[in-house]
Write a protein of this length. Structure first.
Length: 343
């Protein structure tokens, strides 16, 4: 990335001398995330000055670095903490202020190789690779691990009424994870095609909210809750659309002892009545990335085929990256694009 909205260009970058805790990973695939779009189009600044190689959903093979890692297939966590600050010691390493993020703090995965901190690389076992291509697993670095962490933070319990708002990208995995954690899942979206995809993973309770007023959506959601035999309170609401309408709806659905988790990102501002939190004794939590130590749990779910990856990804040659970003701007794809080096 050279500048906002400017086409990506292919350049050569010399391999640096590695530090003691660094490794070179040959990229198998790098997923295209809405955060990349935010950097490129919506004006969110990267922490590293431009020009910068974007991309933080990376899978690949270690080709240089610590001897015990060479040849290992890995996922590079999207968030890598320092491990020493007060936040890290308090178990909040995912929001460490000294963290390193590919495609933000250093050159990312829209490349043939990435230099990354070695200690946090998440090894992909043979059990995972038996049924999954390493390329497709790139999305674990964010689209899968981020909703996993938020499920843990939300303290979702067996039988909780779990509302997923937005089931494209992150949401398709969030819906699966809510079900894995035992939630009674209702998926909301404005795209029937995205909602229909959920049938492939056994989630059949959906609501197309396109063109509906919020009051009508609330009524329909309450009816769904009754039909599903879920509790009328302590709902778990997950906003994953990253849109103003989605976030407004999520807050409007908040009720007694509910927990709202904000996963999607938008620069748009909302006007809400915070007194609802007091009146309902409700909670709102945010989440940023995923702690590296949770990646092993995610990979185990994939190895056991409890969490389905492949039907919701689509690979493209890295040389087509400009076209893929344009497609994202106009919402032309319902699958997570994964870029594969072809140079």
């Amino acid at each position: 990335m050279i500048a906002k909205d400017q086409p990506f260009e292919l350049i050569d970058i010399s391999a640096p001398k590695l530090g003691d805790d660094e490794a070179i990973v040959e990229v198998a695939g790098c997923g295209v995330c809405h955060t990349d779009l935010s950097f490129w189009h919506y004006g969110v600044p990267t922490r590293h000055e431009l020009p910068l190689v974007l991309g933080h959903e990376i899978s690949g093979t270690v080709v240089d670095g610590p001897e015990n890692l060479i040849g290992k297939t890995v996922i590079i966590p999207a968030v890598m903490p320092c491990g020493e600050c007060d936040l890290c010691k308090a178990g909040r390493g995912n929001i460490c202020q000294k963290q390193k993020m590919p495609g933000n703090d250093f050159h990312g995965g829209f490349a043939s190789h990435v230099v990354a901190p070695a200690r946090y690389l998440a090894e992909v076992s043979d059990a995972v690779l038996e049924n999954h291509a390493l390329t497709d697993l790139a999305v674990i670095a964010d689209a899968v691990s981020t909703p996993y962490q938020v499920m843990v933070k939300s303290e979702i319990q067996e039988g909780d009424f779990s509302i997923i708002i937005g089931v494209g990208g992150v949401g398709i995995y969030g819906a699966q994870l809510a079900k894995i954690f035992g939630g009674k899942v209702l998926a909301l979206d404005i795209s029937q095609e995205k909602l229909d995809q959920l049938g492939q993973v056994g989630i059949d309770q959906t609501l197309n909210v396109s063109g509906m007023e919020i009051r009508d959506i609330k009524k329909a959601v309450k009816e769904k809750c009754r039909e599903m035999g879920a509790p009328s309170n302590q709902w778990k609401i997950f906003e994953m659309s990253g849109t103003k309408p989605g976030q407004e709806l999520a807050f409007a659905l908040l009720g007694i002892a509910d927990t709202l988790s904000i996963v999607g990102f938008t620069m748009d501002k909302l006007e809400v009545r915070l007194s609802n939190l007091m009146a309902f004794d409700a909670n709102i939590i945010g989440t940023w990335g995923c702690k590296p130590e949770l990646y092993a749990d995610v990979l185990e779910l994939v190895a056991e085929n409890k969490l389905v990856i492949k039907p919701f990804t689509e690979t493209f040659p890295m040389s087509q990256i400009n076209g893929i970003f344009q497609q994202m701007l106009t919402h032309q794809s319902n699958r997570r694009a994964v870029m594969v080096p072809d140079f």
